[in-house]
Design a protein around this ligand. Structure first.
Ligand SMILES: Cc1cc2nc3c(=O)[nH]c(=O)nc-3n(C[C@H](O)[C@H](O)[C@H](O)COP(=O)(O)OP(=O)(O)OC[C@H]3O[C@@H](n4cnc5c(N)ncnc54)[C@H](O)[C@@H]3O)c2cc1C
Length: 369
């Protein structure tokens, strides 16, 4: 048994590629094993927000981690763009969450006040009444009562991000093998022996980043990843003049001019079929927010599956029984790409998840309430 690589990463989505790129840029040889196009792939169907407001309410470690990633994002953008010349379309000039009733407004305020209270002033936001909101985003519909604004939020083209990570990983000497579904992992003499449909590979470090596939793979290295699918629909309009100034939780305009409208949250298992009822609800809310949207044609729509843990927060774990094995899942892999590339990869290089990631262990689900 000979070591082929310093690290094997299972899963070529945003988590796998950002972590692998982070290791390769530190000089480690990495192999990404990714299964097939027929898999459920969150990285190819998401909304593209780099989003801070609302993340980590009641879980301050997640709020800190999200903020950290948002701060690192310009560095990641500059590094990737410099290497392959592809603009990622990153804008971080703040974002809005729109409230269509007083009840929504009050509940939003309560939740963000809680978030701010445990962030020692690091997280800033403002609740805006309708008039103040109109100064930021004209042409809002009459149902909009107000909303929240957060200066840390932004958005990016998530497909350009995925491609750039992939290209830059290869440029720095990393390897990616596709159609390589991993079916077995054993551990002997400090090496992981990973069996895939493209052969067997060996490395002293193993990072499981297979999204929903982590549920099956994690027990092979003594870990648990109790993730479930949660369906989200997205609608895309034709390209149009600038209608949206700042990204919103459910609406954003891409650098090219399309408007993306999202995103539902459905507990329907492994089902990515489109539902007319759900898309109609999404379109209706979008039109109540911005009535000018009624003149736009929807040219594409899809549904994709989020990788959701029991409490909705990420899971980062390191195996005690299989030293060198890590398992990672989250449902904000765009936002966290910068933290994965810089900080998570640095922790993995050091051989230990940092103190800030300790609260994310799956063990939190076993603590009696
Ligand atoms: C509708 C929707 C909207 C979203 N919006 C946002 C957003 O605005 N901002 C944000 O930050 N995040 C958003 N997300 C979440 C984000 O897309 C994910 O967190 C991110 O893509 C990370 O995914 P991943 O790498 O864990 O998983 P995936 O992208 O699912 O990748 C997992 C990979 O593992 C491979 N795989 C699975 N099993 C195996 C196996 N046995 N062997 C080898 N390979 C395997 C799969 O083929 C796949 O390529 C959204 C997600 C959805 C679905």
């Amino acid at each position: 048994m000979t070591q082929n690589y310093d690290a094997i990463i299972v899963g070529g989505g945003l988590i796998g590629l950002s972590t692998a790129y982070g290791l390769v840029r530190r000089g480690h040889s990495c192999l990404v094993l990714d299964a097939s196009d027929t898999d459920f792939r969150a990285a190819r169907g998401n909304f593209g927000l780099v989003w801070v407001q609302g993340k980590g309410t009641g879980f301050s470690a997640y709020a800190d981690w999200t903020m950290r990633s948002s701060e690192l994002w310009p560095e990641l953008r500059d590094e990737l763009q410099e290497q392959n010349g592809q603009s990622l379309g990153l804008e971080q000039e703040g974002g809005l969450h729109i409230c269509l009733s007083q009840a929504e407004f009050d509940s939003r305020k309560e939740s963000l006040d809680l978030l701010r209270s445990h962030q020692n002033g690091r997280f800033s936001y403002e609740m805006l009444d309708r008039k103040a909101l109109l100064d930021m985003q004209p042409d809002l519909g009459p149902d909009v009562v107000g909303g929240s604004w957060c200066p840390h939020d932004g958005h990016v083209n998530p497909l350009y991000l995925l491609r750039s990570l992939h290209d830059c990983l290869l440029k720095k000497g990393g390897s990616v093998i596709v159609d390589a579904k991993v079916s077995a992992i054993t551990y002997q003499q400090s090496l992981f022996d990973v069996t895939s449909t493209q052969g067997r590979f060996y490395a002293p470090r193993l990072i499981l980043a297979a999204g929903l596939g982590n549920r099956t793979l994690a027990p092979m290295v003594g870990l648990e990843q109790p993730v479930r699918p949660q369906k989200g629909h997205i609608l895309v309009t034709q390209k149009t003049d600038k209608l949206i100034k700042l990204p919103m939780t459910q609406l954003r305009q891409t650098a090219e001019g399309s408007i993306m409208i999202g995103d539902s949250k459905e507990e329907v298992g492994f089902d990515i079929s489109s539902s007319a009822d759900v898309t109609a609800q999404i379109a209706s809310r979008a039109q109540r927010t911005l009535p000018a949207l009624k003149n736009q044609h929807i040219i594409r729509s899809w549904a994709a599956l989020r990788v959701m843990s029991p409490d909705g927060n990420p899971i980062y774990d390191q195996s005690a029984s299989h030293p060198g094995a890590y398992a990672i899942t989250c449902h904000s892999g765009v936002t966290l790409a910068a933290a994965h590339c810089f900080d998570l990869a640095s922790d993995i290089e050091a051989g230990c998840l940092g103190i800030g990631l300790q609260p994310f262990s799956e063990r939190r689900f076993h603590v009696p309430a």
